[in-house]
Design a protein around this ligand. Structure first.
Ligand code: CTP
Ligand code: MG
Length: 250
């Protein structure tokens, strides 16, 4: 019995024991805020492309059955031959990339029992969060495996939160109930697909992560404490910070 099974409440889902964990990595963005020539996920950090660091962390988690990457249909990156399965079905937004990737995985699973089934867990993780660790991924899996909904890594807001108008403070907002959402975000494949599908007609407006789609569908995802190191490489200074942190782990 694993620690997660031991700590989990009895599940009402008859498939619970058979549910596997898959990782889906949205990697189809252009990285417009990063100011890099190529998409930021392919920039070299500490000797290898950002996404390869991300994949190495995911592949170190033995409970992840398989990892799949969603890239843009126009992706020209030269991937190492032996790396993970790639789906060239990225969309115009992150949510669309995840929805397209998940649709493809579930369609494959409909005629291949090895493929993703509706009751399997999907851990969606940003290619641009290359500092995620095995420890944090396992913490999320342990916390969500026995949960009816699933959840996400997140951080309680550490700083005072200001609202602004024209670059000046308009209000100080209560921060006690505020969290910063990270990834991975872990939900049942079928439930997440349905939640995203319900937002497709609105072009996934306001759906900036998987949890927001699940919330729109009426669920309350579980918040699992992540790490400040698991930031999303977004702006130019983030690359040096990521390089330092990855370098210090070697
Ligand atoms: N992503 C994606 N498809 C998109 C947009 C984003 O798969 N249409 C992916 C990115 O590659 C990244 C993750 O979603 O791994 C988080 O998105 P973000 O950090 O916003 O990346 P970009 O959208 O590429 O960057 P920017 O918003 O600065 O353009
Ligand atoms: Mg973006």
């Amino acid at each position: 019995m694993t620690s997660s099974e031991k700590d989990s409440p009895p599940s009402t889902d008859s498939h619970a024991n058979a549910a596997r964990c898959f990782a889906l990595v949205p990697c189809a963005g252009s990285g417009s805020r990063a100011g890099t020539v190529k998409p930021k996920q392919y920039e070299l950090i500490a000797g290898q492309s950002m996404v390869m660091h991300t994949l190495a962390a995911l592949q170190s988690v033995t409970r992840l059955y398989k990892t799949v990457v969603v890239v843009s249909p126009t992706d020209t990156h030269a991937w190492p031959e032996s790396s993970v399965q790639r789906l060239q079905c990225g969309g115009a937004t992150r949510a669309e990339s995840v929805f397209n990737g998940l649709s493809a995985l579930l369609a494959e699973g409909a005629h291949n029992p090895e493929g993703v089934q509706a009751h399997d867990w999907i851990l969606v993780h940003d290619a641009a969060r290359c500092l995620i660790t095995e420890l944090e991924i396992n913490r999320l899996i342990d916390a969500c495996m026995g949960d009816d909904v699933g959840g996400l890594l997140a951080l309680p807001l550490p700083d005072t939160l200001k609202a602004a108008t024209n670059g000046r403070v308009s209000a100080t907002l209560p921060r006690q109930d505020k969290w910063l959402a990270q990834t991975p975000q872990m939900f049942r494949a079928g439930a997440l697909h349905a939640a995203l599908q319900a937002q497709a007609a609105d072009h996934f407006e306001g759906i900036t992560d998987e949890a927001s789609a699940m919330e729109m569908a009426g669920f309350a995802p579980k918040l699992v404490v992540g790490s400040p190191h698991n930031f999303k490489v977004t702006y130019p200074p983030d690359f040096a910070l990521a390089e330092d942190l990855l370098g210090s782990r070697k």
